[in-house]
Write a protein that binds this ligand. Structure first.
Ligand SMILES: [Fe+2]
Length: 211
């Protein structure tokens, strides 16, 4: 009887732990309007995420760049930790190359993609090859960006662009209300054999219906 009582207690405890774990995982919630493909931000699965990463293909020939920055809370001052950033881009020919014949979002976004997670200081950085513009050359070269906050909110931000790209529109160069508080226009500077650019992000800034 005593054993049975202990077993019941143990089961109740395990059950309670399980419930608390389940309830601590925030439900994903898309904010800031429609976003086709934003759900790809969840495709990292069980892969451990870091604040610094290198996108696939970096070892190939091309213009090597480093993009870094800091993510802040809504006050624009407090570093935001645990924020996941999903970036994806074309190759140098402007193609979203599904190199490994994947059937998930990689089939649309291509294999040059990565997920980063900000540390306690809110910082992030990634290394990649500068993408090319689409073959039709009507769209400037860009790197897409989606954000996932620790409470489950996720939304798209302005793409990273490159200063001096002749295909940039005035709105891309200087948007009225850039989502995330920055245009994403990178002014690349040469530094230790790399082209380096930076962009800070303010969570929720100019994101409609953000709450
Ligand atoms: Fe694109």
């Amino acid at each position: 009887m005593k054993k049975l009582f202990l077993l019941c207690c143990l089961s109740a405890l395990l059950c309670a732990c399980g419930n608390s774990q389940t309830s601590s995982v925030p439900a994903p919630r898309l904010v800031g309007g429609p976003c086709e493909g934003c759900e790809a931000i969840f495709e990292f699965g069980n892969t451990p995420l870091h604040s610094i990463d290198t996108l696939p293909g970096f070892e190939e020939a091309g213009q090597k760049i480093k993009v870094s920055g800091r993510v802040y809370q809504q006050d624009g001052k407090t570093p935001a930790a645990g924020v996941i950033l999903y970036v994806y881009q074309t190759n140098e020919a402007g193609i979203y190359e599904n190199k490994y014949k994947q059937t998930n979002w990689e089939s649309r976004h291509g294999y040059i993609r990565a997920w980063l997670k900000t540390g306690p200081d809110g910082r992030y950085a990634f290394y990649t090859l500068k993408p090319g513009s689409y073959p039709q050359r009507t769209t400037p070269a860009h790197i897409h960006l989606t954000v996932l906050e620790p409470d489950g909110k996720y939304y798209w931000l302005e793409s990273y662009h490159f200063k001096g790209d002749p295909l940039l529109s005035p709105a891309e160069i200087a948007p009225d209300a850039p989502r995330g508080g920055s245009t994403g226009l990178l002014d690349l500077q040469q530094q230790d054999g790399l082209w380096v650019g930076s962009r800070d992000i303010i969570l929720g800034k100019h994101i409609p219906a953000y709450r």
